[in-house]
Ligand binder design. Structure first.
Ligand code: ACO
Length: 429
């Protein structure tokens, strides 16, 4: 058996052999299939890239049917239980687990880049009092490119490393300040005695106390949530980072595009939407009517369904467990009851079974975030902080991949052609 595909073009009767490599054919090979030499070759039409591989990647492996998620080959369950977010970030960026010396140097580097230029603070203060923190994060991470103009030298490995360290270190600072801004509270500077996640909580919640030390169980739970969100191969925001990065722009601008993509309700905004949905349902008695609305096509059950996972989302299982740890500290969120009942009813309903719709990572994460007393607008910011090492690992791969080109899809043109332009003075006469 040869690894090739024989295609017969019934328009011309001609046959073509197209090589198959890694279960894919090259779309460019289809371009050789033509009805005449001067006509465009065959192309594939794939809105949303549902069946198109855009890159080779060794960062994250997903088997959606089996519910498997691995970073650099390590199962997410083991990383969530036994690793830390900064170790996972190292793994994603460097491709292998660190030695003790490498890990210590990495943590030191990240810790000592958490401060931002004072002018960043000044311009963040210029946002409207009720600015959405995700809009502030997107703008401020993009603006970092103006503070580090050397970042555009993306062909230099040391330079790339410096920007990666800066971005992983500063995202919590920018995220926390976006949160404080909306609350009208003073921005809190980083406390470099604390761990990455504990420092983030300090920048979020510290008031007049000389040191803010969060409950270690909450620090651990948030660290796990960051790990769960750290990468997810070619999702919408990663594709945005890669697409913008393919123009060879600096990584701050590319990551700002990722933050923008994550902002949308079908992607990172889903957990915010889940919480709003649970509040709207209000009580268990209203669930059947809500489910009927979903089945009638009037609603979407937010936090359900995934482009890749068709049996279960392994992150959802870990998050459900983290819920218990967090609620032990904060007390149970009453919306949890509605969420559990909604999940139970939906999982037994033919509509959801037939379409392979299961809870995704966002179904429970919003409940945990609310227990931390984050307003829903902050949920996606937390996601963005967790996803930053993944975006950067993917960006790093992109800029070193000789097969990559500037992202530039084809289109099927559906508009008019060769119209004669009549000047406004004649059209309106
Ligand atoms: N509620 C109700 N019906 C749904 C849902 C849902 N949440 N998700 C999918 N369906 C239905 C669709 O209407 C469609 O039905 P049809 O075949 O009768 O037309 C079928 O299931 C297939 O759905 P698609 O939209 O084609 O699936 P796609 O892979 O394009 O979408 C997505 C995946 C966007 C995640 C979708 O399931 C969705 O909108 N879910 C709710 C939003 C959400 O939770 N997003 C978070 C994703 S995880 C993340 O980004 C971290």
């Amino acid at each position: 058996m040869t690894d090739s595909l024989t295609v017969r073009d019934n328009r011309t009767g001609q046959e073509y052999d197209v090589p198959i490599l890694d279960g894919t054919i090259k779309a460019a090979d289809l371009g050789k299939i033509k009805t005449a030499e001067d006509t465009p070759g065959l192309a594939v039409y794939d809105p949303g890239f549902v069946n198109t591989a855009s890159c080779r990647s060794s960062v994250t492996y997903i088997d959606g049917e089996k519910g498997i998620l691995e970073y650099r080959g390590y199962p997410i369950e083991q990383l969530a239980e036994k690793s830390s977010f900064l170790e996972v970030a190292y793994l994603l960026i460097h491709g292998a687990l660190p030695t003790k010396a490498e890990y210590d140097a990495w943590v030191h580097e990240i810790t000592y880049h958490t401060f931002v230029h004072e002018n960043v603070k000044t311009f963040m203060q210029g946002f409207r009092y009720d600015a959405h923190p995700m809009g502030m994060l997107m703008a401020s991470v993009g603006a970092l490119s103006t503070f580090y103009p050397d970042a555009r030298n993306i062909s230099d490995a040391d330079n790339r490393h410096m920007q990666i360290v800066r971005m992983i270190a500063k995202m919590p600072t920018l995220g926390a300040w976006s949160f404080r801004h909306a609350q009208g509270k003073p921005y809190v500077y980083p406390d470099n005695d604390l761990s990455y996640t504990a420092n983030f909580l300090s920048m979020l919640f510290k008031m007049s106390e000389s040191k803010y030390e969060a409950d270690p169980r909450l620090v651990k739970a948030l660290d796990v949530l960051f790990i769960l969100h750290a990468d997810h191969e070619q999702n919408c925001s990663t594709n945005a980072v890669r697409s913008v990065g393919s123009s060879q722009v600096d990584p701050y601008s590319a990551v700002a595009a990722g933050v923008g993509a994550l902002y949308g309700p079908l992607h990172g905004g889903a957990n915010e939407a889940v919480l709003r949905m649970l509040k709207r349902i209000g009580s268990k008695e209203n669930i059947p009517a809500f489910i009927q609305g979903v089945k009638d096509g009037n609603e979407r059950l937010m936090g359900f369904g995934h482009r890749v996972y068709k049996n279960f989302d392994p992150r959802a299982t870990i998050i459900k467990k983290a819920c218990d740890d967090v609620f032990e500290v904060t007390g149970v969120n009453p919306l949890l009851e509605i969420a559990k009942e909604l999940e139970k009813i939906a999982l037994e309903d033919e509509y959801f079974i037939k379409r392979k719709l299961y809870p995704n990572v966002d179904f429970y994460s919003g409940l945990i975030y609310e227990a931390f007393q984050f307003p829903p607008e902050m949920f996606t910011v937390l996601f963005a902080i967790g996803r930053t090492p993944g975006w950067l690992a993917q960006w790093l791969e992109l800029v070193q991949d000789k097969e990559q080109k500037i992202a530039r899809p084809k289109q099927i043109y559906t508009g008019d052609r060769t119209l004669d332009f009549v000047p406004a003075s004649e059209r309106w006469a």
